[in-house]
Design a protein around this ligand. Sequence first.
Ligand SMILES: O=c1ccn([C@H]2C[C@H](O)[C@@H](COP(=O)(O)O)O2)c(=O)[nH]1
Ligand SMILES: [Zn+2]
Length: 156
Amino acid sequence: MPDKRNDVITWDEFFMRVAVAAQLRSKDPNTQVGACIADTNHRILSVGYNGTPSALNDDDFPWGVSDDPLLDKHSYVVHAEANAVLNYRGSLKDLNHATIYVTLFPCHECAKILAQVGIGEVVYLSDKYDGTESNQISKRILDSCGISYRGMSLQS
Ligand SMILES: O=c1ccn([C@H]2C[C@H](O)[C@@H](COP(=O)(O)O)O2)c(=O)[nH]1
Ligand SMILES: [Zn+2]
């Protein structure tokens, strides 16, 4: 009888790899973001990545940045975390105490959404906007709502 495999990847690594796979779908040329929401029973509830609303033709919208909001991609992109919440087909109360795995630390707008649906923990790969205004507001929101957050890295 062969022994069972024990060197399997951790749950953290599994869910983060799902988030990394999701970000591969992003058309953003500068920053691709993926998100995976898992419940306390290690079940994946939802996945999302940053992109324009699906009803828009993303060829008709800018992918660069501009001082003119009409010509700036940020005006049209739905963030990965928001998409992961919006893509969930069940009752939003299922997201209570769930963990979101994100490839980029959530901005303050996403932090508000995560707080509102009761996410319990944020696990992130990159915090490349650490110290920016949005990042500081995001951490203030998460701290105030008792949402824990921690960084992790993936083995290559
Ligand atoms: O919480 C976040 C923050 C940002 N995003 C998305 C939005 C944009 O598509 C990119 C950021 O582009 P930059 O060129 O780095 O400004 O990331 C997100 O999905 N979630
Ligand atoms: Zn965001």
